[in-house]
Write a protein of this length. Sequence first.
Length: 118
Amino acid sequence: MFGVIINCFSIQCSFYTFSRMSEVKEIVVVCDPSYRDIFEDAREKINVDLKFALPGKERQDSVYSGLQTIDPTSDLVCIHDSARPLVTSSDVEKVLNDGLRVGASILGVPAKATIKEV
């Protein structure tokens, strides 16, 4: 799509969604160093601090690595996985507002039935 590998394009969609939100002060991208250039190229187009963390063996290890990198004065942390790249800023705002109100929040969407013909 537009000369960009689809997976990279979808990850960039989430990246730009978060980077345009006034509530977001920094973005920590947890990725293999070979993917950093995707985000480094976008650094000049965003107005938030961009940091990187190394991925772990399991998802929980990657989350932990990212948490070790964030600014310790952050009031709230949003963890977003790239497997669901088309998140909207309005959905993120709802989650952030709920998180600030009650201390934690999670975004979920109804499961969609999948029909597969074999």
